[in-house]
Design a protein around this ligand. Structure first.
Ligand SMILES: Nc1ncnc2c1ncn2[C@@H]1O[C@H](COP(=O)(O)OP(=O)(O)OP(=O)(O)O)[C@@H](O)[C@H]1O
Ligand SMILES: [Mg+2]
Length: 251
């Protein structure tokens, strides 16, 4: 776990709204290692999703350098396309990922069509495999999204993500729309998949107890600045006032 897969050097993100500047991320330096589960934690609006979208190569930072597997990312170059397949982003609200009129089978086949991964017959065999991995069976394939629960939909989103054989997955508050028991099931599932599919995970959450339980290390963000990057078990010992505040928030 000591080989870097991804790194950010002096990365900043500035949004401009109605000529007003918003420094959402300020001079962040970060290395993510192969096979680790890295947490990103902080209060609402501190820049977690902004950072998550840069790590997923969805957004280009206004300043700084981004490296994947040792190579500098050129955001406007075609060389970024195959890398985008290897780094996936899972959003908070599973239902927003679905179109209400499309059956689950269509949703799961999309990556195979979009990325021309393999013929349909083979795709269906793979889909069956990934559904099994996330604890579902083929009975969901002919259903519409509204016929499934939030937890089942999130499992389907995960199955679709796996079909792209990603190396790094950024999970942005992926369980906050779910109740506590389902939340725990999904997090446990992600840890199982991390081992089975040799994944590197980035777990974004505002909940310190979640990152403490599931992540190896956690980066703490405050108002766009990185405060600390701690081994998750060292949180209890940290006396940083902001970390104290986050600890109080979960009591
Ligand atoms: N596309 C955008 N355009 C303009 N401002 C943005 C954009 N995305 C985020 N921001 C601003 O950047 C700051 C950081 O937002 P971000 O979504 O990264 O926070 P967050 O930590 O993910 O919050 P939450 O926990 O509520 O999801 C906020 O002030 C937000 O309003
Ligand atoms: Mg967010």
């Amino acid at each position: 776990m000591d080989e870097p897969i991804f790194s950010l050097k002096d990365v900043s993100q500035v949004y401009i709204n109605n000529s007003e500047k918003n420094e959402a991320l300020k001079h962040v330096n970060l290395t993510i290692y192969h096979g680790e589960c890295l947490g990103i934690v902080g209060q609402s609006g501190c820049g977690k999703s902004t950072l998550g979208k840069i790590i997923s190569l969805i957004d280009k930072p206004t300043q700084g350098e981004v490296y994947y597997q040792g190579n500098k990312i050129q955001f406007s170059d075609r060389s970024i396309y195959p890398i985008r397949k290897e780094i996936q982003y899972i959003f908070q609200d599973p239902i927003s990922a679905f179109s209400p009129r499309k059956k689950i089978i269509k949703f799961l086949l999309e990556p195979y069509v979009n990325f021309k991964l393999c013929p349909k017959k083979e795709a269906l065999i793979q889909i069956e495999h990934y559904l099994k991995q996330v604890g579902l069976d083929q009975s969901c394939l002919n259903k519409y999204p509204h016929q499934l629960s939030g937890g089942q939909l999130q499992r389907i989103v995960i199955a679709r993500t796996l079909s792209l054989s990603p190396k790094l997955i950024v999970c942005d508050e992926m369980t906050s729309a779910l109740d506590v028991i389902v939340q725990d099931e999904i997090l446990t599932l992600m840890k199982k998949l991390q081992i089975e599919n040799q994944l590197t995970l980035v777990f974004i959450s505002h909940d310190l107890s979640i990152v403490q339980r599931f992540c190896d290390r956690t980066m703490v963000l405050f108002d766009g600045e990185q405060i600390e990057c701690l081994n998750s078990k060292d949180f209890t010992a940290s006396k940083h006032p902001y970390i104290e505040l986050l600890k109080d928030a979960i009591l």
